[in-house]
Write a protein that binds this ligand. Structure first.
Ligand code: ADP
Ligand code: MG
Length: 491
């Protein structure tokens, strides 16, 4: 099924796209969900396996409470009701990477239900209801490029803990869906429940999509899209599939209930299989595990321990620090950046100055070095040391930026860099006057043109004087003295 198969006359707005997502999130635990093997990514294949995750007869699973804690934390952050008792169920199917022949999941009684999530977009917001969040184990992985001519199986991933977060079909388009995914990921990162690395498969998205006349209250037949390994691929796959369904329907055809694979190279969707129904899986309660019990007091303890989430934190940044919405948004884009900013802002006079420095030089340098802000070598208190020197006029903003780079490269404090390199800003009038006089004398033409009305030359003089002072002249003071000199008789 290729892109653009459709009839040319598809009128825009004729159909409304309806989308519901199933997001699998790998939980950041040390051990697997039902055994003590390491859940680490990237180890030598088939080294983290044991009778339980290999499905050897007689091996018995026990539940990893660390995984349950992370799942509960996530469910609460998404506004779900966490159930004090839920039930693990066997989902039976055959696949080479599934040694047991079934996956332990949850079906009729999931861990949590009934949440909601507000997606914010430039032109408004959309409430997405969260149908359920349940726990399950992952399957192994088929490796198609490790052994020439064969498929190899790595069972290290078999049994690692996942949650599946299922939304109601409340999203209405491809770009809205992408925004939802980005914001869900941001929350998961704030919660520190997963590393959310899509390339390593710790966040996987299946997208269900149908079309219907706008405002209709029945749902059309949906297809399910798989195999998108980035948010932009989810968006592209949805666009292609919405176009395919639209064209097909406009030709009088009807959408079939299919599972489709996204082919990134060809930018098209391909049928993988007809969609299985839940009865195909012969779900039944897992006989080797008791009901999963999460006592009410544990739920309340977890709720009380939830971190401040991105939106409330952004709103607080605007309120508490008087920051513009843009600043607050950038600074809360990750929890690490927000923590760094707050550690700085708490120690300086002017939070807006802290914001400018963190959003500007700090994030730029961290990005240049491909470094997470948490690993940024200049700590918040060291940055405060630098900002104090800027704030009290010892150095200028621009010199400050160079000092920051030196601090980063050489691991020295702002005070030491400024002292050792003799960078202290010059405000002494006599010295400033000397620089100004030298520059005006060296540029008589420009002085004449300035006096004839070419006032934009002021910037040229400022630049020359700052250069003559090697950036050390106090720009405000220079500007004041310069205007005076230029007004007076030629020196
Ligand atoms: P299935 O039984 O095929 O797995 P579910 O009802 O369990 O379908 O829903 C799975 C996901 O598909 C959910 O995220 C849900 O919101 C979404 N979904 C269900 N029906 C539709 C539809 N007609 N159009 C778009 N998404 C849908
Ligand atoms: Mg389903």
């Amino acid at each position: 099924m290729s892109k653009g198969e459709g009839s040319p006359g598809v009128a825009a707005g004729e159909w409304e796209a309806v989308i519901g997502l199933e997001i699998h999130v790998q939980l950041r635990t040390r051990q697997k969900l039902f055994c003590a093997d390491s859940a680490r990514f990237g180890d030598e294949p088939n080294t983290n396996v044991c009778p339980v995750c290999l499905g050897l007869p007689g091996a018995l699973p026990t539940v990893n409470r660390e995984a349950v804690d992370l799942a509960v934390r996530t469910a609460l952050a998404f506004g779900c009701d966490v159930h004090e008792a839920s039930v693990f169920a066997r989902k039976n199917y055959f696949y080479p990477d599934l040694p047991k022949g079934y996956q332990i999941s949850q079906f009729e009684r999931p861990l949590a239900t009934g949440g909601r999530f507000l997606v914010e977009m430039e032109d408004g917001s959309r409430e997405v209801r969260i149908r359920r969040i349940h726990m399950e184990e992952d399957a192994g992985k088929s490796l198609h490029d490790r052994v020439e001519g064969s498929t190899a199986i790595d069972l290290n991933r078999a049994g690692t803990p996942l949650i599946e977060l299922v939304s109601e079909p409340d999203l209405r388009g491809a770009s809205e869906t992408r925004a939802y995914l980005q914001q869900v990921k941001q929350v998961l990162e704030y919660l520190d429940v997963s590393d959310c690395n899509m390339e390593e498969g710790s966040l996987r998205v299946d997208a269900n999509v149908s079309i219907r006349p706008p405002g209709a209250d029945v749902l059309g037949t949906k297809t399910e899209l798989k195999n998108m390994n980035s948010f932009s691929n989810v968006e592209k796959a949805l666009m292609v599939e919405i176009e395919r369904q639209t064209a097909l329907t406009n030709r009088g055809g009807s959408v079939e209930h299919l599972t489709l694979l996204w082919d990134e190279g060809k930018a098209e969707v391909r049928p993988m299989r007809t969609k299985e129904e839940s009865h195909d899986y012969r779900y039944f309660p897992e006989p080797d595990l008791p009901a999963l019990l999460v006592p009410a007091e544990q739920i309340e303890r977890t709720r009380a321990g939830l971190p401040e989430l991105p939106r409330p934190r952004r709103e607080r940044f605007e309120r508490e620090y008087g920051l513009p919405p843009y600043d607050a948004q950038v600074l809360t884009s990750s929890r690490g950046i927000a923590d760094y900013f707050e550690a700085v802002a708490g120690e300086v006079e002017d939070p807006k100055q802290a914001s400018n420095w963190v959003m500007g030089p700090v994030l730029a340098l961290a990005k240049e070095r491909a470094q997470d802000i948490g690993d940024f070598p200049v700590s918040p208190s060291e940055l405060v040391g630098l900002l104090d020197l800027v704030e009290d006029g010892t150095i200028s903003q621009n010199v400050g930026k160079d000092v920051l780079r030196t601090m980063l490269e050489e691991g020295r404090s702002a005070d030491r860099v400024v002292a050792e390199q003799g960078l202290t800003q010059v405000r002494d009038g006599d010295q400033l006057e000397r620089w100004i006089r030298d520059v005006l004398e060296a540029n008589p033409d420009e002085v004449r043109r300035f006096r004839a009305g070419e006032s934009r030359l002021q910037g040229f003089f400022m630049g020359q004087i700052m250069k003559a002072s090697k950036g050390k002249a106090d720009p405000a003071e220079v500007s004041r003295l310069l205007s005076r000199s230029l007004k007076g008789p030629a020196s």
